[in-house]
Design a protein around this ligand. Structure first.
Ligand code: NAD
Ligand code: DAU
Length: 332
């Protein structure tokens, strides 16, 4: 197959392209505008006969139409992805996540291409810390932030284009990813690189908020499974039973890097900060037989720490500007 991957120079998109090269014979075209979050070096290491990069915007309808005509399937990762940025300036989130997804769906409607839409568990809002419930495919949408509301809107567009126009689409909503090639603005890389630079991790609020962690390679395997065997029109939740409080994650990072487990700072909380996410991925596991490989979070985190230690050349160019932004927001 010829697969078009939007946002394939970003964190999860590039991990997915690496996964396709390692586990399939498909050829891959990445469509990515190389925003601050995209980095061609994340895919440059892959063989040129398998992977090519088109630098362009998903809002560019003629470009999208041309690329759809040349491919068998599209996996749509491209997005503005960071909650904190969406609180500072929501506009790019509306443009890329809503209008960009609309642009792709209109092209899919005309070309008939198989379409997989990547989304997030944040569309479901948050859970109490002691709530035994987890998100399922039938949990009502209740997004909190500009980021998650634009992702929720994009999911609803996909559902409408399936029902109204017969677009052959599936949707997946995944929990928090960790692994190589993640931008240093995000929680885990920010704390690892702070400590590697001799600084301290920064926990929002009290650090009690819980995220449900999954390795990006497990996410990639799940997406490939859905692309190959998922039922058109269906939504699948992806998660690896990885609930941890932010404080627990920081303590693991500090310990792995030989620092006292309490050598962190508490900083200004994120406005509207979702308390807890938790995914029930039974449908994906039972229907399509997917299971995560990275079941030991501490081991996966140690691999990720080692990757950031060995790839300072990859993350160093973004670190200064990212920390300056956090400092200006009182979170430095
Ligand atoms: P990221 O910010 O690391 O990467 C996004 C990529 O999209 C970048 O390469 C960027 O250049 C590109 N992009 C942005 N706007 C574009 C546009 N208009 N046209 C073309 N390319 C554009 O994001 P990520 O963390 O890899 O997330 C990828 C997808 O996965 C997103 O849809 C996100 O909502 C979803 N998701 C992320 C997580 C997570 O934990 N990071 C979890 C669940 C779902
Ligand atoms: O749940 C899936 C979502 O996970 C994705 O849809 C988003 O694209 C992705 O960015 C992620 O969103 P979060 O807001 O959960 O991720 P972030 O890395 O920004 O923060 C994780 C948690 O850590 C959150 O509770 C906020 C907290 N945090 C974050 C930063 C950057 C801190 O305590 N300190 C920090 O410095």
């Amino acid at each position: 197959m010829r697969i078009l991957v939007t946002g394939g120079a970003g964190f999860i998109g590039s991990n997915f392209v690496h996964h396709l090269v390692a586990h399939t014979d498909h050829t891959v075209t990445v469509l990515d505008k190389l925003s601050y979050a995209g980095d061609r070096r994340s895919i440059d290491v892959l063989p040129a006969e398998r992977v090519s990069l088109v630098v362009g915007d998903i809002l560019d309808a003629p470009l999208v139409e041309r690329l759809f005509a040349e491919h068998d399937a599209v996996v749509h990762f491209a997005a503005e992805s960071h909650n904190d940025n969406s609180l500072a300036d929501p506009r790019p989130f509306v443009d890329t996540n809503l209008v960009g997804t609309y642009t792709l769906l209109e092209a899919a409607r005309r070309s008939g291409i198989r379409f997989h839409h990547i989304s997030t568990d944040e569309v479901y809002g948050d859970l109490e810390l002691d709530d035994p419930a987890r998100f399922t495919e039938s949990t009502p949408y209740n997004p909190s932030s500009p980021y998650s509301s634009t992702k929720a809107g994009s999911d609803l567009l996909v559902r409408a284009w399936v029902r109204s126009f017969g677009v052959r689409a599936t949707i997946s909503n995944c929990s928090n990813n960790y692994g190589p090639y993640q931008h240093v603005e995000k929680f885990i890389p920010r704390q690892i690189t702070n400590v590697l630079r001799g600084g301290r991790p920064k926990l929002y609020g009290t650090g009690e908020n819980v995220r449900d962690w999954i390795h990006a390679d497990d996410h990639s395997a799940a997406v490939l499974t859905i692309l190959e065997r998922g039922r058109v029109g269906e939504t699948y939740l992806i998660g690896a039973d990885g609930e941890k409080s932010n404080r627990e994650v920081v303590e693991l990072i500090l310990t792995e890097l030989g620092q006292p487990a309490d050598a962190y700072d508490l900083v200004t909380d994120r406005p509207g900060h979702d308390l807890r996410y938790a995914i029930d991925s039974s449908k994906l596991r039972a229907e399509l037989g997917w299971a995560p490989r990275f079941v030991d979070f501490a081991a996966g985190l140690a691999d990720t720490i080692a990757w950031y230690r060995e790839h300072e050349d990859w993350w160093a160019p973004q670190k200064g500007a990212t920390e300056a932004k956090y400092a200006a927001a009182g979170q430095g």
